[in-house]
Design a protein. Structure first.
Length: 564
């Protein structure tokens, strides 16, 4: 094992270049060329690659430090069989020996492209009254060639300022936005995402407004091109004043703070790559780095928060963005014991939250006079005992709900918001909420409309028992159109149940009690059953909800009508 210095390579003349992100930590294992850190010049952001494979044994820089050619940023413990110090040196030598050639080649390339640029610019320029046509060419790319376009930032017809970002190109080491050298209107975009660009390639055609003195400017441009300097039209003083500091004219190829944060992104190649791999939309991520630059941590935190939101029951865009609840340290108030949630509890929690967040709930209340129904129920108790079936109010309520669902089919639907469709069910299956030691379970009684009271009494008791014995099969808990949650055996006067989405309504039943009811001439003692109908206000309107509960009151008030 040998140690090797991780050094800053030739920065092409740039000095005091800021470290904007550390991409590794001490102890990390890296491959040769893996990015170690990102530095940002005023022209581009660049990743400093590892000189070999091995383990990072130390890092001597921090975010914000300024680096220059040859600075040592850390040490690499070369893995067995990987390049040793010697080979590192020889690498360095190779680098050294290659550099002059590379530089020559670069110089050649750049002088070639300058002359090309010089030639092509006047050729591409067509003047017309008050405006002229310009073809915008790729500026020098810090020696890079065939760099893929990863983002087109403009469209035909767009009006641009000087320095508006045109396209973003990204090599495996750096990404940069190519700014517009002119103010004007985009006539034609000549590149597409994925195209590979080199200096002098055409990016787009635009119409540039002619102003007095433009000819002079042209001459200046041409003479500066001749003298080997980058030509840059000087924006007028007014537009300069209007611009925020960051969008002040930059050298060509500069990466700079986008004019409209949130739509243009400021991120290095490794971050862009990570975002692509994770499917993260960088325009939705807030950068925490310098100049709002998006860092790897930002992408990871964004993905984590998206996952948490979808696990907690919201698909993206449905209930997302709600701040979480921070727990205090309860032990500061007294002794606490923590225990894991049962699976059922955590599943119920997710389902409840999903329904609560996705469904605009309204609850409609009604009291049904079940005096006669109760008399009939009591009269059937003996028969029930013979049959071995206990008849409670529940089968009557099931039967009444089935009749109401048939009469008001807008309650027997689900909404498909993605396809903007209403799913109308041609069957009537009703779920019943059962309170068990392990939590709430909702078995489903199928085709309630086709079953008699005894059958419903028997089946609901059977399913409730199965739920309590944890014997329900998944199929027995699926397919409900509507749910009844009855707390009548326990107590309460009213409650607001949560719709069991994708159903659109749920009936809460509270405890029946004797109430004085005015019959027009005197108060009569009547057994009144409180009903609470919660519904999805997207699917059902308030008037229909009132019709539904009124109908239930009617049906339960005179159970003979259930036969009609
Ligand atoms: N008013 C007055 N008495 C009622 C009543 C009501 N609305 N509903 C039931 N009762 C009576 C029954 O008649 C029975 O009394 P008798 O033995 O004298 O006849 C007694 O209360 C107990 O009934 P039950 O609860 O055993 O039977 P059920 O058919 O009414 O209900 C079931 C079955 C499974 C719905 C119920 O046991 C249950 O689990 N309810 C809880 C549901 C729940 O937790 N919902 C909350 C969901 S949201 O968190």
């Amino acid at each position: 094992m040998s140690e090797q210095e991780i050094k800053v390579p030739d920065l092409g003349g740039a000095e005091d270049v800021e470290v904007i992100e550390l991409l590794v930590s001490v102890g990390d294992t890296v491959e040769a060329e893996d990015p170690i850190l990102t530095i940002e010049t005023d022209k581009a952001s660049v990743e400093l690659p590892s000189p070999g494979a091995g383990k990072i044994s130390s890092l001597s820089v921090e975010v914000g430090d300024k680096l220059n050619d040859g600075d040592v940023v850390g040490m690499l413990e070369a893995s067995d069989g990987a390049d040793s110090d010697d080979s590192g040196d020889s690498d360095a030598e190779t680098e050294e020996s290659e550099k002059p050639e590379e530089k020559e080649a670069e110089q050649e390339a750049s002088s070639e492209s300058e002359s090309e640029t010089e030639e092509s610019k006047p050729a591409a320029r067509k003047k017309s009254a008050g405006s002229r046509k310009e073809t915008v060419l790729v500026p020098p790319l810090d020696g890079m060639e065939n760099v893929p376009v990863i983002e087109i930032n403009v469209s035909e017809g767009d009006t641009l300022e000087v320095d508006s970002p045109l396209v973003t190109v990204e090599s495996d080491k750096a990404s940069m936005e190519i700014p517009s050298p002119y103010a004007g209107k985009v006539d034609k975009v000549l590149v597409a995402e994925g195209d590979e660009l080199s200096e002098g390639d055409k990016i787009l055609e635009m119409t540039v407004a002619e102003e007095e003195g433009d000819d002079e400017d042209d001459e200046q441009e041409e003479s500066s091109a001749e003298s080997g300097q980058e030509s840059q039209p000087a924006p007028d003083a007014e537009s300069q004043q209007d611009k925020p500091e960051e969008s002040a004219p930059q050298p060509q190829g500069a990466t700079y703070e986008p004019p409209s944060p949130g739509t243009k992104v400021h991120a290095g190649p490794a971050v862009r790559k990570l975002a692509r791999e994770l499917g993260a939309d960088l325009t939705r991520i807030k950068g925490s780095g310098p100049k709002s630059r998006i860092l790897k941590d930002d992408v990871q935190s964004y993905i984590k928060s998206q996952l948490q939101q979808s696990q907690q029951g919201g698909s993206v865009g449905t209930g997302s963005g709600i701040p979480g609840v921070k727990l205090p340290d309860f032990s500061q108030f007294g002794e606490v014991r923590r225990e894991p949630m049962s699976r059922m509890m955590s599943v119920t929690a997710v389902n409840m939250q999903r329904s609560w967040l996705n469904v605009p709930h309204v609850t409609q209340f009604e009291d049904a006079d079940i005096t006669d129904m109760e008399a009939f129920r009591q009269s059937q108790k003996a028969a029930g005992e013979k049959k071995g079936v206990k008849i409670t109010p529940l089968p009557f309520i099931l039967k009444a709900c089935a009749a109401a669902l048939a009469e008001l089919p807008q309650f027997n639907v689900s909404l498909d918001m993605e396809r903007k469709e209403v799913v109308r069910k041609q069957y009537i299956h009703i779920g019943i909420a059962v309170d068990t030691h392990n939590g709430l379970m909702v078995p489903v009684i199928r085709d309630v409309d086709q079953k008699g009271l005894w059958e419903l009494a028997e089946e609901s008791a059977e399913l409730a028992q199965k739920a309590r014995d944890r014997q329900l099969k998944p199929a027995e808990m699926q397919g409900a159109c509507f749910t009844i949650t009855s707390l009548g055996g326990i107590g309460g006067t009213a409650f607001t149940p949560i719709v069991n989405t994708p159903e659109v309504a749920i009936l809460g039943v509270s405890k029946a009690s004797m109430q004085p009811v005015w019959d027009g001439s005197e108060f009569q003692p009547r057994l009144m059953l409180p009903l609470s109908l919660s519904y999805d206000h997207r699917a059902v309107n308030g008037a229909d909800a009132a019709r539904f509960t009124a109908l239930l009151g009617q049906l339960l008030g005179d159970i003979r009508t259930l036969l009609l």
